[in-house]
Design a protein around this ligand. Structure first.
Ligand code: PLP
Length: 400
């Protein structure tokens, strides 16, 4: 049997070194748990980076994938296919959006949304082409989206940046107003910043953006790649803020583990035409079959409502950690089952390493913040287990 050390050696020999990985080789998953090659079990509060919202190998999704794999794997968008149209219909029926286009990832969904906004600007706002985004955001890693992502650390090595993006301070409506010019066609934000450290906007921010966009004929684009598909305790994050976008993107949880993304729009900005956009794999029958099974299960079982309830329970337990260890834990922030624990010191990597040993997977989203993004199907008992293990990990990481 190949050992974990041998797999690690292969990684450094063969794989381009862009990831600083946790030391385990994960081999198998079921529900809220995964197992590594040494047979060690972990409670998984990372869920494939907010992807496995129904847990690992959910039977409804696995069955849909198996059936589709034995029926047709790919035929391209030269033809009509059933799973693609069923998923498009289901997304429209379960959101404020009217039209859907499928991509293979979150970043591609955002690229498509920006193309749509630029076409809208060309047709309906005197040729305006620029997009306003905010600092500390995350929209993905293509050359276009690193210009949209307001984090200099992701941008500086790849100059020159794609043109047409203004990154302005977060939660600052005046900054949005000042950055708006005759050449602006859209404002793009996450409803709640995920990779930026789980930052919840203050009351009125998204409403203010909505009003500004309406007054100026700008499209409001919500990047719901991380916040959608139940993560915030409603099917879409915008529902929790009571603000509807014109354009919305989704990906991570959409296929419960298969690579699929989507951008969606209202009829009022459905401006793309044949030749404007395309994708070989986008809307592929395998990924959309998985998406159908995921969305159907999520809606029929009201998984978002469950996520909301368990999320509140998790927050109450984090409050307990804060009270029992005030010198280590500063607080927590988030919504639904996307929550970050704020630490007093930049020890998140050490805490996560200790948590690995305890058997719970967590994500050090910032040096001083640990992100929780478990499968939405977790129970209160799973939360109790996580908190008990995390408590020990905090003690280990701060001992001596
Ligand atoms: C993860 C993420 C992306 C990028 O998605 P990929 O599938 O990795 O391309 C974009 N936006 C947000 C908000 C994300 O969380």
């Amino acid at each position: 049997m190949t050992t974990a050390a041998e797999w690690k050696a292969k990684e450094s020999e063969y794989y381009i070194h862009t990831f600083n990985r946790q030391p385990m080789v994960i081999e198998r998953g079921q529900g809220v748990r995964v197992w590594d090659t040494e047979g060690k079990e972990y409670l998984d509060f990372t869920a494939g980076l907010a992807v496995n919202n129904l847990g690992h190998c959910h039977p409804a999704v696995t069955e849909a994938i198996q059936q589709q794999a034995a029926t047709l794997l790919q035929t391209s968008n030269l033809f009509y296919t059933i799973p693609q149209l069923e998923l498009a219909e289901a997304l429209v029926e379960n959101s404020c959006m009217d039209k859907v286009f499928f991509s293979n990832s979150g970043v591609e969904a955002n690229e498509g949304a920006v193309k749509l906004a630029r076409k809208y600007g060309r047709l309906h706002r005197n040729g305006a082409q620029d997009i306003i985004t905010v600092l500390n955001s995350f929209h993905g890693r293509t050359l276009g989206m690193i210009a949209a992502t307001g984090q200099p650390a992701y941008q500086q090595a790849w100059l020159p940046l794609a043109q047409g993006y203004a990154n302005v301070p977060y939660e600052d409506l005046d900054a949005i107003r000042e950055a708006t010019t005759d050449n602006t066609c859209a404002v793009m934000v996450e409803v709640l910043q995920g990779e930026g450290g789980v930052n919840v906007p203050s009351e009125g921010y998204l409403n203010g953006l909505r009003e500004w966009c309406d007054e100026n004929n700008l499209l409001l684009i919500f990047d719901e790649v991380q916040t959608g598909m139940g993560r915030l305790g409603s099917l879409w994050g915008y529902e929790r803020f009571g603000v509807e976008p014109d354009v919305m993107t989704s990906a991570k949880g959409l296929g419960n583990g298969v690579p699929i993304g989507a951008f969606m729009c209202k009829d009022t900005c459905d401006v793309l035409e044949p030749g404007d956009h395309g994708s070989t794999f986008g809307g592929n029958v395998l990924t959309t079959a998985a998406g159908n099974a995921t969305l159907r299960y999520m809606v029929e079982n009201d998984v978002p409502a469950h996520a909301r309830k368990v999320g509140e329970y998790l927050e109450s337990k984090l409050e307990g950690l804060r009270q029992s260890r005030p010198e280590v834990v500063k607080g927590y922030r988030g919504m639904g089952l996307l929550i970050a624990l704020q630490l007093q010191n930049p020890i998140a990597p050490a805490v996560v390493a200790a948590a690995n040993n305890e058997g719970v997977l967590l994500n050090p989203v910032l040096p001083d913040a640990i992100r929780f993004m478990p499968p939405l199907i977790i129970t209160e008992a799973d939360v109790d287990e996580c908190i008990e293990k995390l408590g020990r990990a905090l003690d280990v990481a701060t001992a001596g």
